[in-house]
Each structure stands twice: as C-alpha cells, then as structure tokens.
Design a protein around this ligand. Structure first.
Ligand code: SAM
Length: 235
C-alpha cells in the first residue's frame, strides 16, 4: 500500500492530469496515480541509476509503460514536450526541492500545479515560491511512522496572498495555512523543535560566548518566542 504521505500528495492531483514526478525513486506515486485513474500520463524522473532502475522495474511490473515514461536526468530536465500540468517533488529536503525548481525554471510554463513535499526546511520553498510568482494555495501536515511531513501546493498567482504582514516571519517558517489550522501533527512538530532549540541554548550557555554564539542565541530566542506565541495562542 502507498504511504499516507504519498497518498496525501496524490490527493492534490487534479483528475486527468499529466504529471512529472521528480526524484521518483520506485515510481510509487505515478504508478498509484495511474492505477487509480487519476492521471492520463506521467514522466518519472530520476537522477541516480539505482532509483532509475527501480522506477523502470516497477512501471514494467505493473504494465504501465504506455502511460508512465521513466527518464534519467537531473531535476526538471526530464520534462520534454509532454504537456505536463502537475509537478510533484516529494521526500527531499526543502532546500533541494527549491534548487531543483530554480535550476529548472525554464521548463515551467506557469500553468502547472506544483505539489511539493519537503521532509524538512519548507521555509526555503515558501521563499522560492514568493520570489518566482507562485501562490501557495494549500498546505497539509501529517504524521506517519513518527515522522512529520508537510505538503505545499502552489499555482501561479499572487505570491503574497496567503501571508500576513504582521506575522510574516512566522508564516514563512510555520506555513500560513498550517499555522491557522494548528492540527495535532503541527503542534507535535513545533513542540519538538522548541525542545531542540532550548537544548541548544542550554549548551551555548554552558560555554564561553563569542560573536557567533551570541548571534545564534539571539536567533534561537526569537524563533522560540515566535513559535511559542503561535502554539499558546488559543484559537
Ligand atoms: N519521491 C519519492 C518519495 O517521496 O518517496 C522518493 C524520495 S527519495 C528519498 C529522493 C529521490 O530523489 C532519490 O531517489 C534521489 O535519487 C532523487 N533525486 C535527488 N536529487 C534529484 C535531482 N536533482 N533530480 C532527480 N532526482 C533527484
């Protein structure tokens, strides 16, 4: 069975789409989407030989060769004249996802929906989307096997729309939609981050300070205050 994480990504694919799944590994996501009748076509891209072979094997095993093209290449370069309208990039760090989007900008026509699932560092994706005119339209957060995952959905539009002026920094870090909803997974993630940051502060305080540690301590204190305000704020 497909993981809850990838299932949540698949739920954001409009029916009948042509998707490019970048960093597809076993091509589980496009295979699931094809078998469920969610998509008419997919490109599964992989930069590494091992995962590329896994993807090819999986697609062959399920007899999906006619609808899923497995291609080897870096990031969005695997997209050809495929009329792709959805790009999924899942299971990597936010900074890597942003790098892939930045390097592959030329491949985007602006009509696509981006469904991005960073394991960490979602903030760097939010910043990339703003810089490049993509509007964050939805966010999800979920827990599976003790890990917490975020899913960001974007389309071309007003990139500033979901962000508030007063709480911009918190929106960028926590996610403007997630921060409003504050579900269980969200609270768990940020309570855990708070504990980590407080531990680092205790470690800093046990040593002699220098310019760097003073700066780092200040940053952490700001983040702690910001996140505590969000978590403690009752509805
Ligand atoms: N997307 C799948 C998922 O969410 O379960 C697989 C995630 S796996 C942890 C990340 C995959 O991305 C690896 O198979 C890796 O080879 C691939 N990858 C990393 N950088 C890439 C890039 N620049 N272009 C294409 N694939 C990449």
């Amino acid at each position: 069975a497909l993981s809850d994480r990838l299932r949540a990504v698949a739920l954001e694919i409009p029916i009948g789409s042509k998707i490019a799944d970048i960093g597809s590994d076993h091509a589980y996501l496009p295979c699931f989407a094809a078998l469920q009748g969610l998509i008419s076509y997919a490109v599964a891209g992989e930069v590494n030989e091992g995962p590329f072979q896994s993807a090819k094997n999986q697609v062959e095993k399920l007899n999906l060769n006619d609808r899923i093209k497995v291609r080897k290449g870096n990031g969005l370069e695997v997209i050809e004249k495929d009329e792709i309208n959805v790009i999924t990039i899942a299971g990597m760090g936010g900074p890597l996802i942003s790098e892939i989007l930045e390097a592959g900008k030329d491949k985007l026509n602006g009509k696509e929906r981006l469904i991005l699932q960073p394991n960490i560092g979602a903030k760097s994706i939010r910043l990339w989307l703003i810089e490049n005119g993509w509007e964050l339209i939805k966010e999800h957060i979920l827990e599976e096997d003790q890990k917490i995952y975020e899913i960001l959905v974007a389309e071309k539009g007003n990139p500033h729309a979901p962000y508030s002026n007063e709480e911009r920094e918190a929106d960028l870090l926590l996610g403007p939609f997630l921060k409003k909803e504050k579900n269980e997974a969200f609270q768990k993630k940020w309570k855990h981050e708070l504990l980590k940051w407080k531990k680092i502060i205790r470690q800093i305080d046990q040593k002699a300070q220098n310019e760097d540690t003073v700066e780092k301590r200040k940053d952490l204190m700001n983040k702690i205050q910001m996140v505590e305000e969000v978590l403690n704020d009752e509805i």
